[in-house]
Design a protein around this ligand. Structure first.
Ligand code: AMP
Length: 626
């Protein structure tokens, strides 16, 4: 099957006009430089940024720990805000924020620095200081971004929790991060309706000893209890008097939790120096963004794409970043294209699941709008199926005459494009592309031996790069595991294949992690939530193919003694998972079973459930209990 996938007779190329203007003209030469002399390569790029103190050493690589710009001091907001606010770009738009109802807010670099500095001043008065952790649970608003940047400015470490996550997920993250302060929104807006976030936060923090909750209140103002503070009031009462705090290059910038194959989320740590340099580089080198471009990443600040490509990289590089709160098909399925037309978006970064959704609605929603400014549509999060790629080329980019679709593979842990299709190279439908500069991606077997070209195996990385995670919060061992699972490489946890030109095709996860609409959800996360429902004795979760979302969640449940199957029980279980984990982790199907298939050692064999569900051959069952 892998060999079959590798036979590609269809390739795409960007129009010459795009290739001629590419920021990186000779990709192969650029790549070779990055591999032969990474210190020179990254050191050179880092010189475009401001540092309080220059570094002594570009890279210190002591397997499995890597540090970049060692001895250097900076603050990412010095480069994201001050570098532009004090220079000729002070009046350039930093952000265009769009609400679901079409209203908008625009802020220049000068204005944004003022707002961030004021909010940082307010945080400082509340006692937030360098090294403190702050959890942010806010919808995709300008205030959410200001909260992130204000923490960074003080050298505090933010941990944004996607404002669609449930009570259990939020509480677990606040506890693991050791946050004393939470900045939260009271409501989010989705499909014209206010989504209640306040009650989720109230339940999640119940019994925790927090110092402060800062509420961004868009709904009716609530009565505030001791320790609770109103965002707008804090802002209004503060002066823009906070300069960026000098921090070591490897000082943590943020923690972002992601799923693994156990129920405990991993707090991926990214740092000020290396992350700034690497994500900024890729905004230019991969996304090919020019100074006057309008760049739109359709993600959310709750995900790594939002951190890197809504907030940090566009600001560090001084370009205009668009972001929009709300559903991509509300008020109608043409709203994305209406925004592209209205703001003249040049480069868009979205997800395959979104492209498939637009395919389903039909081209008429696209054809109504003038997309002539759009020249690159980058996609990430899950495999881009060839059909979706063809559709995007045809309808979004004038049959490929005006622009190019570029796939890019990365992970929360990796911070930015890692395996991707540069605009100067050909795109192979179904394949994510080649190793980006600084990256040595290989396909190996379990022993770490590279498999021959044309074969499949495990996707691994042979060396670190500046924007790769620095550690796992409070869990150096778990960090080391990434580099120990397969000898001498970082194990990405994905199954993939490569062809003769080292183009990599990612097939999916090798562990028990699902990809639902581009969101990584551990089967263990859902199973741990299920088991806390009183009617559930045992559960097993699998992913089943979904034409739009990629995968959807199916749960098999053994009921507790005395419980019987009913619609009410089913609904109550689904509601429980939604409450604990949030809507994205809600099972779309539940089947009640007498017992679950297990190995003799007691491990649930999800593979068998999946094969049964899909009517496939379950393979070797010799280790099964019965
Ligand atoms: P996350 O950390 O949530 O960004 O999820 C990372 C995972 O998403 C990867 O390990 C892959 O399984 C999947 N993924 C991300 N980008 C791509 C892509 N371009 N092609 C295929 N799979 C992808």
């Amino acid at each position: 099957m892998l060999e079959q996938i590798l036979q590609h007779d269809e390739v795409f190329k960007a129009p010459d006009s795009l290739i001629q203007q590419a920021n990186v003209q000779d990709f192969d030469a650029e790549y070779a430089r990055s591999i032969e002399d990474p210190e020179q390569f990254w050191g050179h790029w880092a010189e475009r940024y401001e540092w309080f103190k220059p570094w002594d050493e570009v890279m210190a690589w002591d397997y499995p720990n890597h540090r970049w710009f060692v001895g250097g001091e900076t603050n990412i907001t010095l480069n994201a805000l001050d570098r532009h606010a004090d220079g000729p770009n002070r009046n350039r738009l930093a952000f265009i924020w769009i609400a679901e109802d079409g209203s908008e807010r625009k802020v220049t670099y000068y204005e944004l620095r003022r707002l961030v500095s004021k909010f940082a001043s307010g945080l400082r008065r509340l006692g937030v200081k360098k090294g403190d952790t702050v959890v942010i649970y806010m919808p995709l608003t300008l205030e959410g971004v200001i909260a992130m940047l204000a923490c960074a400015r003080l050298g505090a470490i933010h941990s944004v929790v996607y404002a669609g996550m449930g009570v259990g997920a939020l509480r677990g993250r606040i506890e693991d991060a050791g946050a004393q302060v939470v900045i939260a929104g009271d409501i989010g807006m989705r499909r014209g309706k206010a989504v209640d976030l306040k009650s989720i936060v109230d339940q999640a923090v119940d019994g925790l000893s927090l110092r402060h909750i800062i509420w961004h209140q868009r709904g009716p103002k609530n009565e505030l209890h001791p320790g609770e503070v109103d965002f707008d009031t804090l802002m209004a009462e503060s002066l823009p008097d906070v300069a960026p705090e000098p921090v070591e290059s490897s000082h943590p910038l943020y923690i972002l939790y992601t799923s693994g194959s156990t129920g405990k989320p991993k707090g991926v740590v990214h740092v000020h120096g290396g992350y700034m340099v690497g994500t900024g580089y890729h905004l230019r080198a991969f996304f090919d963004v020019k100074d006057n471009d309008i760049f739109w990443a359709t993600s959310d600040i709750g995900w790594v794409v939002g951190h890197s490509y809504i907030v940090y990289a566009p600001l560090v590089e001084g370009v205009t970043s668009v972001f929009r709160e709300g559903a991509p098909d509300f008020p109608d399925p043409g709203v994305f294209w209406e925004c592209v037309e209205k703001y003249g978006v040049n480069v868009m970064f979205t997800a395959p699941t979104a492209v498939r959704m637009f395919m389903k609605f039909g081209p008429e929603y696209v054809e109504n709008y003038d997309l002539s400014t759009l020249r690159q549509v980058a996609v990430a999060g899950e495999p881009l199926n060839p059909e979706a790629m063809r559709w995007a080329m045809k309808y979004l980019l004038d049959d490929g005459k005006r622009g190019f679709v570029t796939d890019n593979w990365w992970q929360t842990e990796l911070g930015g494009p890692t395996v991707a299709t540069p605009i100067t190279k050909q795109a192979i439908p179904g394949s994510a592309g080649v190793s980006m500069p600084g990256v040595e991606a290989v396909i190996v077997d379990e022993t770490g031996t590279e498999v021959p070209k044309g074969k499949g195996g495990l996707l691994a990385l042979k060396r670190p790069f500046p924007h790769m995670m620095n550690t796992i919060w409070n869990d150096a061992e778990r960090y080391a595991q990434y580099w120990e699972e397969i000898p001498d490489v970082y194990a990405a946890g994905d199954v993939a294949s490569w062809d003769a030109d080292s183009y990599i095709t990612v097939l999916g996860r090798s562990d028990d992690v699902l990809n639902v609409a581009g969101h990584r959800i551990g089967t263990a996360d859902v199973e741990s939530a299920l088991i806390t429902h009183p009617a559930v004795a045992e559960s097993a979760v699998i992913g089943v193919p979904d034409p739009v979302k990629g995968e959807s969640i199916k749960a098999f449940i053994v009921l507790a003694l005395g419980q019987s199957e009913s619609e009410e029980v089913r609904r109550s279980i689904v509601d429980h998972v939604r409450r604990e984990l949030g809507p994205i982790a809600t099972p779309s199907g539940i089947t009640f079973v007498e017992k679950l298939p297990k190995t003799r050692s007691g491990k649930i064999v999800r593979r068998l459930l999946k094969a049964q569900e899909l009517g496939e051959d379950p393979g070797d069952l010799s280790t099964l209990e019965d």
